[in-house]
Each structure stands twice: as C-alpha cells, then as structure tokens.
Design a protein around this ligand. Sequence first.
Ligand SMILES: Cc1ncc(COP(=O)(O)O)c(C=O)c1O
Length: 348
Amino acid sequence: MEQIDSLSFAPDFERALKFFQAQENYEASPLRELSSPDGLTVLAKDETGRMGLGAFKALGAPYAVARILQQAWEQKTGEIPTLERLKDADIRAFAATHTFVCASAGNHGMGVAAGARAMGAKARIHLAKTVPESFAERLRGLGAEVVRSGDVYDVSVAAAIADADESGAVLLADGTWEGYTEIPKWVMEGYCVIAEEMRAVFEASGTWPTHVYLQAGVGGLAAAMAYMIRRNWAEQPELIVVEPEAAACLKTSHLAGAATRADGPDSNMGRLDCKEPSVVAWHALEKAQVSYQTLTEEEGEAAAEAVSALGLETTPSGAAGYGALCKGAPHDQGTAFRPLVIISEGAA
Ligand SMILES: Cc1ncc(COP(=O)(O)O)c(C=O)c1O
C-alpha cells in the first residue's frame, strides 16, 4: 500500500500556480498558431522564453527548491514560512547552508541553479559529456558549480546521487525511482502550471484541442500534462507521448507492463535522451490512457528545422511533438482536427 502511495501523482497544482504568480518574472507563456506544411493550424504552447531560462523546466526545480526549504525550515523551527517570509534574512541565511545537487541534460540544471540562486542557496550540477558546453556556461552564469560526470546521462545521474550521499547536499532530481519520489513530484507539480494556463485559454475561447503531443525524456512533463488534462479540461483530447526511437523508455515500459529501461544509441534529441523512465511519471501516464509514438533522429532534426522556419527557434527536443504530429496526423478529420504541441525549449 505504501508503495502505491509513493508512486501515485496527486499534485497540489494550485499551490504551484500561487507560487509562480507571486514571482516577478512570471507570466503565462504564449499559445501560438503555426501552420503545418499541409495547411493545418497547429496550436503551439511556446516555452522558449519561460521566465528567462528558455525552457519549461523553469517551472519545475525552482518551485521544488522553495518547497524543500519551506519543509526544512518548518522541521527546524516549527514555523511554516509563507512565500513572503522566504525573502527574509534569517531564512535566506538558512538557505545559504544548503547545496542542491542534480544531474541534467541541460534544462533541469538551469532550473536548479536559478531556484537555488533565487533563495540564496547553492547548486552543483553534474553534466554528462554529451551536454553542450553552452549549458555549462549558462549554468556557471547562474552561479552554479558544474561537474562533468561521465559519458552519458545515466552516469551523471549516478554521480549526482553519490555526490549527495557523500556531501550531505540535497538531491533534486527530475526523475523518480523506488524510494525517491517526493522531491521530483514537486518538480512535476510545478510543470502543472503549463496545463492550467492552457485550460484557462481554452475555457475562455470554448475551443479545445483534439490531440495533444507530449515529448518525453523521463516523462515528468508528459505525466504532469496528462494528469492535468484528464482532471481539469472540459473536452478531452487524445494524448500522444513522443520519444526518440533511441530512448523510448516509456513506450517500452508500457509494452512490458512495468517500468523498463530502454537502451539505444545517443540521440540528438538530447533532452529526451533518457533510457530510464521516471516510475511516478510512467504510472501517471498509464492511468491517463495515452498512446506512444517514436521519432527517428532525422524526423527530430526535420521537426526542429520546420518549427524554426515558422519563426519559433527551437531544437529537435523542443520540436519533437511537432515531428510526431507531422508523422502521424490523421488527415481525414478536416477541421475537427485541432492538434496542440509544446515547444519545450528555445535554441540556446
Ligand atoms: C526541452 C525539453 N523538452 C522535454 C523534456 C522532457 O521532460 P521529462 O524529462 O520531464 O520527460 C526535457 C527534459 O529535460 C527538456 O529539457
């Protein structure tokens, strides 16, 4: 029973929304309309400028940092600190004694670094050698320490876990595994804000998308969106989870009926190149009745070029949902087909 609870995802998304609405640099990201080559109008949630960090991940780790510090302060003093109190000198001095550690394919690390800096804490980010140096530079620019750990993402994850164990730093991962779920659920709770912003727009217009394409790495974004859509949207779309062929861990888990690793070559959809699924995300996706689609490397590249040519500069990871749409659009549905994609990062 305990195991089922720790794997279930029941976010307090209103708390996340209140947190961000209190931040000076928060505003709802734009919902744009792109036209696909075959004349379709595609709704595109544009995360390329999110809170100055260039990706939706700005909504995950910064919120988790605040929640961790609130919880730690309460444990230490008995006081439940309000968002306002987090700005006070005594709590900032307490935050300064904390270091947040994670592995990252790029954007999660940016969120951890930005969140730690905002609260007055420190961050140390482990990057595999496949992560572009531009991320390392941006991370250092946010005051984080960067450690190059291993050839591939999995090795950097293991390095971050070992680092936290040895140093006493707080591990702030975006993936979950048995025995480690609470903090990444807060990261996912932050992502829920994206779906809530979209719900408000569709509620006002009365027109809802029919198909939502959700690209996935460990599955945190896709699961948060799927949970919120199934729970709160008045009209229910089909949900399609999109992964690189080279790292289809969620699809593989679905077919196996259990969280399962999926090995493959390195993918140029770097932020989606996760071979191990988040167990919490996978369970949430199974409950949300999603389907799965994979993209080849060429399809990922072509999607990035197509979306960038439409004026939204992005990468294969950012455009993967659009790539899946181009690959598998149900052409016979005419105007009844209103697809939505998330452009999850800009071209850094
Ligand atoms: C730009 C971008 N898109 C999609 C994802 C996938 O998110 P998740 O790992 O939560 O599935 C990531 C993860 O790092 C990302 O950075």
